[in-house]
Write a protein that binds this ligand. Sequence first.
Ligand code: F6R
Length: 604
Amino acid sequence: MCGIVGVTGNDNAVKILVEGLQKLEYRGYDSAGIYVNDQKGNDYLVKTKGRISQLREKITPDVHGSTGIGHTRWATHGVVSVDNAHPHFSNDDRFYLVHNGVIDNFQEIKAQYLSDVPFKSQTDTEVVVQLIDKFAVEDHLDAKAAFLKALGLLEGSYAFLLMDREQPDTLFVAKNKSPLLIGVADGFNVVCSDAMAMLRETHDFLEIMDGEVVTVTPDTVHIQDAAGKTVERKPYHVDMNADETDKGTYPFYMLKEVDEQPNVMRKLAQTYLSEHGEPQIDDKLIKAMQAADRLYIVGAGTSYHAGLIGKRLFERLAHIPTEVHVSSELAYEQPMLSDKPFFIFLTQSGETADSREVLVNVNDAGYPSLTITNVQNSTLSREASYTLLLHAGPEIAVASTKAYTAQIALEAILAKALGEVNGQIIAQNFNVRQQLGLVATGMQAIVDEKATIEALANDYLMKSPKAFYIGRGIDHAVSLEAALKLKEISYVQAEGFASGELKHGTIALIEDGTPVIGFITQAKTAGLTRSNLQETMARGANTMTIARQGLAIEGDNLVLPDVDEMLMPLLSVVPAQLLAYYTSLNKGLDVDKPRNLAKSVTVE
Ligand code: F6R
């Protein structure tokens, strides 16, 4: 949440900052700003409400500099306004600060240290910049010493980029819990929340650890640990093409990412399976999982939904009891754990604060863990015992699509690997490589049916303020994800429901024309779900049926290709993604950046 960028030593600082912010807009998009300094006594602050496009409009041709910082905001403290937009600055105009995170004790600091200071904004960030200035002025400290003194008082999460007009070529950088990277470029340096923002400038990035303070000039990067010692660290290479982060000819990233899913399935099969289908997964990881008596899958939102499918895969293929937990709940209310738990973190971004909070507890207790993520070197990947990458390519639309299917496919591969070493016949007979091939072909067939799905979205969802997705078992798990997709981008109040449970209360909400969409992909429950759909139809519902071919009957609205029933979620979710997409598109909404949301949720 919130994206921050910085650059030092490049006369194109304004362009680099604004293009970087554009790439980070997925992290927050209610207001934005930059501060640049040209080292010759000229500096500029430009802030706006709204998107980066509005920031561009406000940047006049005279705004220039070689060092600067920028921010795109997802409001936490204070309404969306120019005053609350970053960068924030001290009252004497000396210090400029951008911040991603939340300072939990900013009210206490304000009362204790800054009671006589007038504030321009309602943000926690302004408190920090005024505090740094106070220490610099009253204690005669240089910028770094004042920054360190202020950091020592802060509780909460932060990634900070600080500039001092008295040292205008230097960026002062610190982080705790929120992500931040230094990019080492040719003759200059950059800082960013996500490598994606700076791929046009460099592919070589340095990680920063919590508690470190970094001083960045055009030709030096000095990292100091919490004890004040200098840290030597080599950059790592990010092997991603800058073009991968563009949407090409697509109107929205979401559609591009839905379309990429067949290739993501193939890529996962190539990466984690031999030509003959044997899993190629780190032996140590498999042994650690084998030693466990129970798996605990942890995730938020869509990743949690992928965990619900993973539970079925691990229990059926590997015969190991598996629980799935919403991370924000598990962080503060731990159930009774088994003797030998193993934790699996599902997180596209690898930065979700709720999930990270659980991982911190898991590490404190000394339990082994695995992070399944799309982002190399992300916080949860670094901090877990093991990592498996999703290789899905950057996911930029706020609504997650290909990360969900990649998570399920990778869970299937892992469950197969574990099941085989556990001697489970069902795992030995499960040809996951062949199945993922069928899934890829099936996904392609579904995305080729866009016109049909758009027509269904128009007929069923455009005019209704509410909708239900229903199913049983695995189909219920998919219905939760289908409902989340629809509500987050089209603002239709959607609920995913266990179809048998409807009659126990919720059926009271069905009225004339209420859309009820049923998933029928599991032989055991197909008849029951059909009856439940009939029950809603008898009460006026406008029912739509999405069935797999082997279970389809005349009149079903969408028929999906058959793959192993355990992997049917990989296909049944695709029409749901497209139904949500077209409902949002045809309502004229911003599909990729729905209201109130941001992609990487780095606050709890
Ligand atoms: C919904 C969506 C969110 C994320 C959730 C967790 O489309 O994208 O529900 O799934 O915020 O994010 P990650 O997977 O990055 O931990």
